[in-house]
Design a binder for this molecule. Structure first.
Ligand SMILES: Nc1nc2c(ncn2[C@@H]2O[C@H](COP(=O)(O)OP(=O)(O)OP(=O)(O)O)[C@@H](O)[C@H]2O)c(=O)[nH]1
Ligand SMILES: [Mg+2]
Length: 282
């Protein structure tokens, strides 16, 4: 079509292409989830199904963007790490950010009934998002360590807080006063002495958050491997994590994943979907 006289307005669009050779991290965060979790009756301080719904929505994002090498989620937030060389959306910042954020949000809503069962979704949840660039591997590791340290601090506090309120009958204010000025060791001690809880034995997803990575899964020894997105609840602050998953900072080819434990539902859902797709194709 011939150029119209209006076409010059296109030149007002700004070039927001991201620099080459940097880690691109997109972090989304639930808007006012303090209220959203209350209205939807989330278990306190951790709602396993609500957290898995976040994980399921993040898996859907990773299935769409194969250049996301790792995603990390906790509470109402998820961080997506794109490999440095990605050419997705020609590295255009706004496109990447809006696509990831809206894809996450729509999947959160679509998959709500599967995880939340008879809890009705009362209004549309919203997520904000940001793009952060990290030039070095060390910066990226520090970023992820920062998010994991955050879940440790918050979850330990929230676990102690809700135990005092729900089990001991303290008011919110009394519980807050009780915990004011305490260190991690004090809260660990309080949980152990007053509630017989060894904090380190609490579910790893609550203490460490969820790491998602693409892996090659061998279902039976000798079987063809299948690519899946695996949820892990490991310590990513430690060097051991980065030594185990060398593909993250090295040449990116999904590593292999073997487990003798029962596969989590997040994984069996993906396998079921793959089998279904295969049946349709053949
Ligand atoms: N009960 C419960 N609440 C949760 C859970 N996960 C997240 N939340 C709530 O979500 C909040 C997330 O914190 P923020 O993102 O800092 O707060 P926000 O209310 O979402 O506020 P903005 O992000 O600034 O819009 C927590 O403070 C909790 O109130 C959960 O598993 N159980
Ligand atoms: Mg939030």
């Amino acid at each position: 079509m011939a150029c119209s006289r209006y076409e010059y307005v296109k030149s007002y669009e700004q070039d927001d292409s991201i620099l080459p050779n940097v880690w691109i991290v997109i972090r989304i965060d639930g808007k006012k989830f303090h209220k959203f979790s209350k209205i939807h009756d989330f278990e306190k301080p951790n709602d396993e199904n609500a957290l898995n719904l976040m994980n399921a929505a993040a898996i859907a994002v990773m299935e769409e963007f194969r250049d996301i090498v790792l995603a990390y989620g906790q509470s109402d937030e998820y961080s997506f790490v794109f490999r440095k060389e990605t050419q997705a959306f020609k590295r255009r910042s706004a496109k990447l950010l809006t696509y990831v954020t809206s894809l996450f949000s729509t999947n959160y809503v679509m998959q709500w009934p599967q995880w939340m069962k008879d809890r009705k979704l009362n209004y549309a949840p919203c997520f904000d998002g940001r793009v952060v660039l990290y030039p070095s591997d060390e910066n990226l590791r520090d970023y992820l360590s920062w998010r994991q340290a955050d879940v440790h601090v918050n979850n330990l506090y929230n676990t102690a807080f809700w135990k005092l309120v729900l089990d001991k009958g303290l008011s919110n204010q009394q519980a807050e006063e009780r915990l004011r000025g305490t260190f991690s060791a004090d809260k660990n001690e309080l949980l152990f002495q007053e509630f017989g809880i060894n904090y380190n034995n609490m579910p790893a997803m609550y203490r460490k958050g969820t790491i998602l990575m693409r892996k090659r899964l061998e279902l039976q020894p000798g079987d063809k491997t299948r690519q899946v997105i695996v949820p892990l609840h490991d310590d990513l602050i430690s060097s051991k994590f980065w030594k185990t998953h060398t593909e993250l900072l090295g040449k990116y080819t999904p590593g292999s994943y073997k487990t003798t434990a029962e596969l989590p539902r997040l994984l069996t859902n993906q396998l079921e979907q793959q089998f279904e797709n295969q049946a349709i194709i053949s």
